[in-house]
Write a protein that binds this ligand. Sequence first.
Ligand code: KDG
Ligand code: MG
Length: 408
Amino acid sequence: MKITGAKIFVGGPAKNYVTIKIMTDQGVYGLGDATLNNRETLPAAYLQDYLIPNLIGMDPRNSEDIWQFFYRGAYFRRGPIAMASFGAIDMALWDIKGKLANMPLYQLFGGKSRDGAMVYAHATGTDLEDLMDSITAYVEQGYKAVRVQCGIPGMPSASYAVPETRGANKNYISDFSGVRPKIEVWDTEKYLRFMPGALAEIRARFGPDLKILHDVHHRLTPREAAQFAKAVEPVGLYWLEDPTPAEDQNALRLLRQHSTVPVAIGEVFNSIWDCNTLIQEELIDFIRVAVTYAGGITHVKRIVDLAGLHHVKTGFHGAPSHSPISMAAQHHLNAWAPNFGIQEYLVLGTPECDALFPSDHKMENGMVYVSDAPGLGVDFDENEAEKYSYRAGSHPVVRLEDGTIWDY
Ligand code: KDG
Ligand code: MG
């Protein structure tokens, strides 16, 4: 069996998805997602110029050898662009394998460990009451877990994932006005003064059962993160996400000495080498990698197994960054993983997105039910894809009030 060709598509509704379709001499094709927010043309070029010419003629069933060929053969290894590109090929090869076996991927991993996988939604508000309304709306839809982000009184501009106007939804993934970013202004002191009390009020309003998550988006120093974690301990958070910059893995030691709040990290990690110290030293409770940026199913499955040895659960990244193709790969991993924790979930659901990526993975009452269709269980409509093209976008850049650059 041989790979005969592959096509790349960049574009999508409200987002530039990078989709690969790998064709074979037996008519079976596989789909993969290489979307890398606001840098989408780079994995597309890596795939087109370097990886696809090598793929042609390879046996698609040898997904492990193909992964090793690209990873170890690259010499300059890792990094989000390369790993997103390898990840997309890997997903597509697993898709082909599942279709050949006539089985959904979770069966190839070892079968189901659960019927439905719990997901969390993103609640947000310009102020606490606006946020409470947003949480209420998700609770009424049956969500058991909600991430909460709130505007901070006196903060000079809206901060991460918080809209400028009440009741609005924030598209914090891409501002499509071009590659020059908007500037957001941040003030740690105001955040530290306000946020612990806000989280306590949310717990008081919604009671003990709601799983409350909060994302600091890498903005605190180790000492501030330890102070914050200690202050929010009585809230009983399900997790505290990215309290410190991801590069500084030592930062978590101080937090761990001062608090037992569960920590979730890893959405910007792209290999097992970024995770292994944090996992093996048991400095985190949830690993946030995504099949897209972390080398696909083959590599993420290794991370999940390592995590399982150290009481670390999965909490895969699922911001609208990822297309329904990589979300489908995660649905299969979530159905199987013995150490599954929770899934961030925001992608499916718009009619345009469903038309471009038809699938019967289902979301009900805050749970995802994986499809039983062979392979990934998601398709890609090339005619629909013609409606979309690449649009340049950017994430905001963050500065302190005096102009100093800070982490986004
Ligand atoms: O592109 C950046 C987003 O993926 C990120 O800001 C989302 O932090 C995020 C989250 O937890 O979903
Ligand atoms: Mg995050």
